[in-house]
Design a protein around this ligand. Structure first.
Ligand code: SDX
Length: 434
């Protein structure tokens, strides 16, 4: 990757009377950055930014987010256009290669992915060690890391061919692992991928078909699944993507770095929010109980938060939430479950929250996870699988960002510093003297 940020000016910081100048860099769109990499060398001070609310960790050309305007672009293309016009595998090609494919390029790419969907049969034995009620995210995290053991050559991350092969293997095998995690949790036999099915259809069949019956996935569910994957494909430098970049910056096996991203996504503040949001909607149960939960969300002494609301970047409506809401309505109409009580509560909660001063003042809008759980539930997945489905969609984003980090000529191992406020130097005291 070529770094193309341009110098836009100079920032001056006065540290104990010494004025240090740092370049201000600008990109295609979004806020400029102050390049502080020389700050410690020239002024002897660090910057402090827990949670990285004001810190850019890298230059990237993959995804652009404007939180104030509610804009999300993948390689320049708006997410709502991709969700309506494209397909998940085409979005994978776009994120990995930077351009939309020609028909020939897409056909070759799709065929390549298809031919990598099977797992080494010994992988199946890793599932046997889990209790049947193990959370599928535990099985996904560990099996993605275990995959590294079968592809030692992928450690040569500076070989573009090895990176290409690893990228295709991860995108191709994640559905097979995810489906196995689901099948294992419900005590049903694993279903092998089929090369004549599309990515989303193949995944649904591996999850929901049983040997005893012929299975044909509903076209509405296939389209909804594919759109869910598109909406979760990448999202700039979120917690799990930053985890993948930091883990990969040491030269770790790419599959191990991706498994670190899966682990980070699991948290309820991040990818676990879709499962938490549906649990919350089910706990609310009926629209008349919403005010009680809104009151709790505002109570500083109550750790309860409205899951599926708020975002570190979006201080406007999450553009993915709009498309997800439309997908939910399509599913509800097609599957004739428009009276779904959970959907009724969701629609009423969204309406009330968007009019409530607390949420308006804090710019807490529904995010991608608010509706995605309802869509995943309508397709037939249990709540425990929701974050697995998020990880499935996000795999291509993690892979594209990991590759970009490896190809970045300025890339170094990530090693933040700290401000130390612990004990000053002191001598050891023998226990007999304490
Ligand atoms: C994802 O980064 C990404 O891009 C993530 C993601 C992706 O695609 O990778 O978009 C996917 O993770 C979406 C977010 C899913 N998480 C949730 O829905 C969980 C509920 N949301 C919150 O936990 C929270 O909004 C975060 C974690 C999403 C954002 O946290 P921030 O930016 O650190 O904001 P904050 O916690 O500092 O909150 C700011 C204020 C606080 O009040 P004050 O201290 O200022 O008085 O808003 C309040 C918070 O108490 N607040 C909420 C709230 N979210 C924030 N109050 C009630 N309900 C909420 N959901």
């Amino acid at each position: 990757m070529e770094n193309t940020a341009e110098k836009k000016g100079v920032a001056k910081i006065d540290v104990d009377g010494k004025v240090v100048e740092m370049p201000i860099m600008g990109g295609t769109d979004g806020p400029n950055v102050v390049d502080v990499k020389r700050l410690y060398a020239e002024a002897g001070v660090f910057t402090l930014d827990p949670g990285f609310t004001s810190t850019a960790s890298c230059e990237s050309k993959i995804t652009f987010i404007d939180g104030e305007e509610g804009i999300l672009l993948h390689r320049g293309y708006p997410i709502d256009q991709l969700a309506q016009e494209s397909g998940y595998l085409e979005v994978c090609y776009l994120l990995l290669n930077g351009e939309l494919p020609t028909q020939t390029e897409f056909t070759d790419f799709a065929r390549t992915i298809t031919l990598h969907t099977m797992l080494h049969t010994q992988m199946d034995r890793f599932f046997e060690g889990f209790r049947r009620d193990s959370h599928p995210m535990a099985m996904l995290t560990s099996n993605v890391a275990a995959l590294a053991a079968f592809y030692p050559d992928a450690m040569d991350i500076n070989d573009p061919e090895e990176r290409r092969l690893s990228s295709h293997r991860l995108i191709a095998k994640m559905p097979t692992i995810a489906a196995r995690a689901y099948k294992y949790s419900i005590g049903q036999p694993f279903v092998e991928p089929r090369n004549d099915l599309s990515y989303a259809e193949n995944f649904l069949r591996m999850c929901f078909s049983v040997p005893a019956e012929r299975y044909v996935a509903s076209p509405v569910k296939i389209r909804a699944m594919d759109r869910l994957l598109i909406l979760q494909a990448d999202h700039e430098q979120n917690a799990s993507t930053s985890t993948v970049r930091l883990a990969g910056s040491s030269g770790a096996h790419p599959f191990a770095a991706i498994s670190a991203g899966v682990a980070s996504l699991w948290g309820p503040s991040h990818g676990g929010a879709n499962e938490a949001a549906l649990r919350m909607l089910r706990e609310i149960g009926t629209p008349d109980r919403i005010p009680e939960f809104i009151k709790r969300a505002k109570d500083k002494d109550d750790p309860f938060r409205l899951m599926g609301f708020g975002h570190r970047v979006y201080k406007n409506y999450d553009p993915r939430a709009k498309v997800m809401q439309q997908t939910v309505h399509e599913l509800m109409e097609e599957l004739d479950i428009s009276q779904n009580p959970t959907l009724q509560v969701a629609m009423e909660l969204e309406k009330i929250a968007l009019e409530d001063e607390y949420f308006v003042s804090k710019k807490l809008y529904p995010n991608v996870d608010f509706y995605s759980g309802i869509a995943m539930d309508a397709i037939g997945f249990p709540m425990e699988m929701f974050t697995v489905l998020f990880a499935l969609g996000r795999t291509v984003g993690w892979v594209a960002q990991l590759n970009e980090m490896i190809e970045d000529p300025t890339q170094r191992i990530g090693r933040p510093r700290q401000i130390y406020t612990g004990a000053a130097r002191r001598d050891y005291v023998p226990i007999s003297s304490r």
